[in-house]
Design a protein around this ligand. Structure first.
Ligand SMILES: [Zn+2]
Length: 106
């Protein structure tokens, strides 16, 4: 790497330039440190998979978990929530119709 103060080639292991004594800034390291989102996105990937599993097997809990950890975008969360509300409402209506109609008792 090249010292940005004296433009001399120095070893990348140095923290300070041996020629001018200026502090050597490791560009690659600082870029990694300014992106903590990258670690979060890896975490989200696993979390997304776990949320989908929950949504399949324990839908209400999956829905709660999804809003708590937010692995999806807001739009996706709303679509899943609305799908859950509509299906549960339909199920509820079907249950009411089924119990109120005495057609299958005979
Ligand atoms: Zn230097």
């Amino acid at each position: 790497m090249v010292c940005k103060y004296c433009r001399r080639i120095i070893d990348s292991n140095y923290q300070f330039c041996p020629y001018c004594g200026e502090r050597v800034i490791l560009e690659t390291k600082s870029i990694k440190q300014t992106k903590p989102d990258l670690i979060g996105s890896n975490n989200t990937e696993a979390n997304r998979f776990f949320t989908i599993l929950l949504l399949i097997f324990v839908f209400p809990f999956g829905l709660f978990y999804m809003w708590l950890t937010r692995p999806f975008t807001k739009r996706t969360r709303w679509i899943i929530s609305l799908a859950f509300i509509i299906t549960s409402l339909l199920g509820f209506i079907m249950l009411i119709i089924g119990t109120s109609l005495p057609s299958y008792q005979g």
